[in-house]
Design a protein. Structure first.
Ligand code: NAD
Length: 322
């Protein structure tokens, strides 16, 4: 077998690949450790989104594997160090869906500020309650951007067009970074300072051991009273029980979550019942354009690898070393 796809990743770009290479797609394989381990032993490339856990153990069971295609951004489900050690190329089109995620983040900020989902529900139920749906303007408000990479910068540029003032927390950024100057943003060396000053806080950092539960009870207590919280990065960066408490005590005015600690969530929580909470099912990258770019880029690179050519959107090495 040339290509093993272990999640539901149907797309014309992959149909094209399947016409050229022997391909197996099993949408439920990611849930079946033993099955995955057995099938991957025959595969030359493995294709995943974010459900398959690509561990060192799995990769060690795959002697023929030369490449892993990640349909999307965020490498927290792939042991890239193990892939590198084994000489396996990891491909991920990191730029392909940044615009889509940035636009969703802006949409959520606007939806929170103007209570759009709750107003929609109330009006469709026959109401005409204008006073309850008094919102706030973005103009002049402070947006705190945590993680100032591809997506954080795009969000900042778009928020600036709405007249927002920008502060940034990113420990890997220098104060004289041209990206900060271009966005007219000020760097906060301490996360607590950003949290205390921002009317809206939006997360755009990767999930790593350092960022796991970065937003915990102490950090939510540091947030400006009446501020809003938006997460379109990774659910594990936020301790959900602490966010819930900050919403229930009224410290936060609202929150929007595209990503959750467990996806899909194992059980319903109080988030679903709060009118000032907006929930979306990890759709940051799900636009026609974002998906098209992502699938095409992964398919192109897998074809390159399978025909002995170097990958373009690689994150560790351009050609396999095995
Ligand atoms: P990126 O690598 O370009 O930027 C991440 C930034 O975070 C970098 O500037 C880095 O310096 C910074 N960072 C790292 N550790 C940090 C820390 N401890 N504190 C603060 N900043 C830190 O990544 P990106 O492409 O902008 O993606 C950002 C996030 O968005 C990732 O978590 C990714 O998984 C997520 N994402 C979500 C969706 C979705 O569907 N909702 C889609 C794509 C990406």
């Amino acid at each position: 077998m040339d290509i093993l796809i272990s999640e539901d990743l149907r797309h014309p770009a992959f149909d094209r690949l399947a016409g050229k290479f022997s391909t197996v797609m099993d949408a439920t394989l990611w849930k079946n450790d033993a099955g995955l381990q057995s099938r991957v032993s025959e595969a030359r490339v493995l294709v995943v989104r974010n459900q398959t856990q690509v561990t060192a153990k799995l990769l060690e069971a795959a002697p023929r594997l030369i490449g892993i295609g990640r349909v999307g951004v965020g490498l927290d489900n792939i042991d890239v160090a193990a892939a590198s050690r084994l000489g396996i190329v990891v491909v991920a089109p990191l730029n392909a869906n940044a615009t889509s995620v940035a636009e969703l983040a802006l949409g959520l900020i606007l939806a929170l500020a103007r209570k759009i989902p709750a107003a929609d529900q109330s009006t469709k139920a026959g109401g005409w309650d204008r006073r309850s749906f008094t919102g706030i303007e973005l103009d002049g408000k402070v947006l705190g951007v945590c993680g100032f990479g591809r997506i954080g910068r795009m969000v900042a540029g778009r928020a600036r067009a709405f007249g927002m003032r920008l502060v940034v927390f990113d420990p890997f950024l220098k104060e004289d970074s041209p990206a900060l100057a271009a966005a007219g943003a000020a760097l906060c060396p301490r996360l607590e300072d950003l949290l205390g000053h921002s009317d809206f806080v939006t997360l755009h950092l990767p999930l790593t051991p350092e960022t796991h539960h970065l937003l915990d009870a102490r950090r939510f207590e540091a947030m400006k009273p009446g501020s809003y919280f938006i997460n379109t990065s990774r659910g594990g960066v936020v301790e959900e029980s602490a966010l819930m408490a900050a919403l229930q005590t009224g410290r936060l005015a609202g929150a929007a979550l595209d990503v959750r600690e467990v996806e899909p969530p194992a059980a319903r929580t109080a988030f679903e019942t709060l009118p000032n909470v907006i929930l979306t099912p990890h759709i940051g990258a799900f636009t026609a354009e974002g998906q098209q770019r992502t699938f095409e880029a992964v398919a192109d690179d897998l074809e390159r690898l399978l025909t002995g050519r170097p990958a373009v959107n690689f994150v560790n090495m351009e050609s396999p070393k095995r």
